[in-house]
Design a protein around this ligand. Structure first.
Ligand SMILES: NC(=O)C[C@H](N)C(=O)O
Length: 323
């Protein structure tokens, strides 16, 4: 018998469509998902409603609460795995945060739905059942936080929401899913890289994300007050380049010792210093801009906030961000 802790947090998986066709939260997270316990043998579910939030309402403090609850569950040795239900809009951020702050070991799976509980073809109960199967599987140990949706298993580090409404929205652009589920099997095809984890207790840091575009100048950067920032994440162009005027205006933040972290605005691939023209990645890197290996800016931002709250020195912070 496997004991799985279920932590509901809200999202479309816990919502329904009203008479006007609008999707709205239910009073409780649990309604349709209660049926799942009858569909699985050898698994005992312990269910907690941690929050009932649309995921655009989820904050970093909420992620911290989830992290602390999961650590307690594993410290008490009462559970063999954890399943979290979550809205899909920020699911990848919560998954990444938990992956970067909890030591690998017992399975932690996060899932959601694109269609609410009473919509035709709703995917919530099915994704929930799939997640329980993955969390109860010994093969899912030591793989970091897993995102299970639509018969696929993705790693928290690179998975991203790629479609506004499609049930196959969660994709890993760099290398595809880690594995998949069939009716009877859970198959893993690849392992994800081990990530360093920092067991932080705070998430206070002011780190905005700024997206680059053709013809960008320094105007937007000039509006920012260095004294109110703890760092900056930039979604740069291509392999990691900026228009010259935008690049020059970063010097002010670097001179103030604020970490400036760069990713690409491209959907796939990793930013790296390749071009040595004015504003090119080589020049940015030489000036002290850090190139994050995460694909997207929302994860690079979390990584920087985690690094800042872990109290890393400038050198260790740079190593962690660029690893
Ligand atoms: N499919 C979803 O769950 C989207 C919803 N807006 C949420 O993130 O809460």
């Amino acid at each position: 018998m496997k004991n799985i802790l279920v932590l509901h947090t809200g999202g479309t998986i816990s919502m329904h469509e009203d008479a006007a066709g609008n999707v709205v939260p239910d009073a409780s997270n649990q309604n349709p998902m209660n049926t799942v316990q009858n569909a699985i043998d050898n698994v005992k579910l312990t269910v907690e409603d941690v929050f009932n939030l649309p995921s655009p309402h989820v904050t970093l403090n909420d992620m911290l609460v989830l992290k602390q609850r999961i650590n307690r569950a594993f410290d008490d040795e009462l559970f063999d795995g954890v399943v979290i239900t979550h809205g899909t809009d920020t699911l990848e951020e919560t998954a990444f945060f938990l992956d970067a702050t909890i030591k690998r070991g017992k399975p932690i799976v996060i899932t959601g739905a694109m269609r609410s509980s009473n919509e035709l073809g709703n995917d919530g109960v099915y994704n929930f059942l799939s997640s329980i199967r993955v969390a109860a599987s010994a093969d899912s140990r030591d793989r970091g936080v897993l995102v299970v949706m639509n018969d696929e298993i993705h790693s928290a580090r690179y998975v991203t929401k790629t479609h506004t409404t499609n049930v196959s929205t969660f994709q890993t652009p760099t290398h595809g899913p880690l594995g998949l589920l069939t009716k009877t099997h859970i198959l893993y095809f690849q392992n994800d890289l081990e990530t360093t984890h920092f067991d932080i207790d705070n998430v206070t840091a002011n780190v905005p994300i700024i997206k680059a575009y053709a013809g960008m100048t320094g105007d937007l950067f000039d509006l920012l007050d260095c004294g109110r920032l703890d760092g900056l994440v930039i979604e740069a162009l291509g392999a990691g380049n900026l228009p010259p005027l935008a690049a020059h205006s970063l010097q002010r933040f670097l001179d103030a010792d604020l970490p400036v972290v760069l990713v690409s605005r491209c959907f796939n691939g990793i930013a790296e210093p390749v071009y040595a023209y004015d504003g090119g990645g080589v020049k940015l890197h030489e000036a002290g801009v850090l190139f994050a290996r995460e694909v997207n800016s929302q994860k690079a931002r979390l990584k920087l906030i985690i690094a800042l709250n872990a109290g890393l020195s400038q050198k260790n912070l740079a190593n962690y961000i660029e690893k």
